[in-house]
Design a protein around this ligand. Sequence first.
Ligand code: G4P
Length: 283
Amino acid sequence: MHFQWYPGHMTKAVRTIQSDLKLIDVVIELVDARIPYSSKNPDIDTLAQNKPRILLLNKCDLADPAQTKKWVSHYEEKGFHVLSYDAKNKQMKKQIDPLIQEVCKDKILRDRKRGILNRPARGLVVGIPNVGKSTFINQMAGKSVTKTGNRPGVTKGKQWIRIHKQLEFLDTPGILWPKFEDQNVGLRLAWIGSIKDDLLTYTDVAMDLITYLKEEYPGSLKGFYGLDESLDEVKGLEDLARIRGCLKKGNELDLDRAARLLLDDFRGKRIGAITLETCDGLK
Ligand code: G4P
């Protein structure tokens, strides 16, 4: 799940996706609903521009519903067919089929004209690591058909997973890379736990999260921890360490432990359903 990208990985991923695209009728792209901009790969729009596209704002169960609604409209305005989605919830499956029929209607018509009836639509699932691609495919298939945590550059023969008689998926999702060059993107990926943990300075990441939560979700840290939100982020993390008894030998505050605790609580939705970026001001 957590890995670093190198130029070689990216070149290989582009080639794989280009050749996969020749085989499929529809691209299903997953992003994380908590960071719908930062978890969206910058290049897939160019790579897949000739294919019908569906965009799933996945993990919507963890995100702020009011913000998710805005993000859905944002991407709809850009011409995507968008669903707010929760790949762990079996009920959501039902919403995909009508959308696939809708985006593939030209293909279905073309098939009919050629006398081909009921050839299943073929889909490719794509997204950056950890957005829920494997969970989604497995849920659609109703069983575990793809391993979670696949790595870039691992090749194996192409296989189709039959979802039902009108739909098949390529069994290996297309793994894309995030917008590395943007530091804010890196920070947001770190907040949701999609950056290799040993690359992080937990305390910095946690202090930035304190600042964000105080501004965008005032009262959330006070509500969950009893934290004094009038403190700056450094004092705030110290306050958290004190409240939660994160201490080292000699009663010194263990800020690293407090930072991990905060990030774990955030990722586990214990602080609330929170979105980490807004679409205001985005084109
Ligand atoms: P990937 O193929 O895109 O890399 O993602 P994967 O399916 O491996 O999912 C990454 C993590 O996200 C998994 O958690 C998975 O359970 C979780 N996940 C996927 N979709 C959703 C969703 O809609 N809502 C929520 N809340 N979580 C989702 P994990 O901790 O890595 O594994 P596990 O908890 O499944 O054991």
